[in-house]
Design a protein. Structure first.
Length: 327
């Protein structure tokens, strides 16, 4: 798989190309073998230095990498079995949201996930991962079915936001997302939600009201995209890097704020470099979360979910005098 280097990976990419050229040479003298060894060590050092110090805008670029694993990739790598369920019984089948019965580590679950697509044909089919009202209607219907049969729910979030077109507005996208938020909060079954790349606004939250909410290390979860925020505050999308810093939407930030419960580590250099390892890390987190939630009663699950989201945004404020906080 050929990886397109991100701007901050250029030096690493150049070294990897030189290493590949050296490896391909037939006459491997001791000097060349030593050079190859040193170059491999330098690549590891550079990659560690770069990825341990990514700024928020660089994390956005990693989250949007064209080779980053998406929902359908994880369905193959994380789950042992998947049977897709289609349609909302009212309008149509919105392919931006994929739903179905799945099995993970021997446990039956209901799966709901947003899928963007990788090439133009697939992206068009899945509407770039931006659901219409019928997508959210399909999602909540499948979740209610899961609650009826006492199945846990696993949701994968990966969207820039719900589709903002005229048809979407005419069919009640705002109402449908609000309806999902209310109904998800009432479901008497465990819900595990994972932000795998982009978590954009209400489009993400519409399937994200979980008991356990986590996100991959280089994903982001925000009320607005950095470009949208820059357009509002600085009147131009070129200031997206400033907006990304201001929004505080990375996994580490949201873990500190209590918005998420866990930042799931990615493979060295990002999930796009090793899909299988990323899937393994994600599977371990999901299985562990389901195991922890399985001991709670239906009412405990509802109360836990309610308390979890009510706490978001609570903070203490006081005037400062020097280094001392005055209440």
């Amino acid at each position: 798989m050929t990886l397109r280097p991100l701007p901050f990976e250029r030096e690493i990419h150049d070294l990897e190309e030189r290493l590949e050229s050296l490896d391909a040479q037939q006459d491997q003298t001791p000097e060349k073998l030593e050079a190859i060894k040193n170059m491999r060590a330098e690549i590891v050092r550079l990659r560690r230095e770069v990825f341990e110090n990514l700024d928020p805008w660089q994390i956005v670029q990693v989250a949007r990498h064209e080779n980053r694993p998406q929902t359908l990739d994880y369905l193959d790598l994380v789950f042992d079995e998947f049977i897709e369920l289609h349609g909302d019984r009212a309008y149509g089948d919105d392919r931006a949201i994929v739903t179905g019965m799945a099995r993970i580590d021997g446990r039956k679950v209901m799966f709901v996930g947003q899928h963007k697509g990788r090439h133009l044909k697939e992206r068009t089919l899945h509407n770039y991962g931006m659901p219409h009202p019928e997508g959210y209607r399909k999602a909540i219907q499948k979740m209610q079915m899961a609650a009826k049969y006492n199945l846990p729910i696993v949701t994968f979030i990966d969207t820039a936001g719900a589709y903002p077109g005229i048809g979407s507005e005419e069919r009640g996208i705002s109402y449908q997302i609000a309806y999902n938020l209310r109904e998800m909060s009432r479901l008497p079954t465990p819900i595990v939600s994972v932000v795998i790349s982009e978590g954009g606004s209400g489009g993400a939250l519409g399937i994200g009201v979980g008991n356990h909410v986590c996100m991959l290390q280089y994903a982001y979860y925000s009320v607005i995209s950095p470009e949208g925020c820059a357009g509002i505050l600085w009147k131009h999308a070129k200031h997206a890097d400033k907006a990304a810093r201001a929004l505080r939407f990375t996994a580490n930030d949201l873990l500190e704020f209590g918005v998420i419960d866990k930042a799931v580590p990615e493979p060295f250099g990002g999930a796009h470099r090793n899909h299988r390892q990323a899937a393994t890390n994600l599977k371990v987190e999901i299985v562990q979360a389901l195991r922890q939630l399985s001991g709670k009663s239906p009412q405990e699950l509802i109360d836990h979910r309610y308390d979890r989201f009510r706490k978001i945004g609570i903070f203490e404020e006081g005037a400062t005098k020097g280094d001392e906080v005055v209440s």
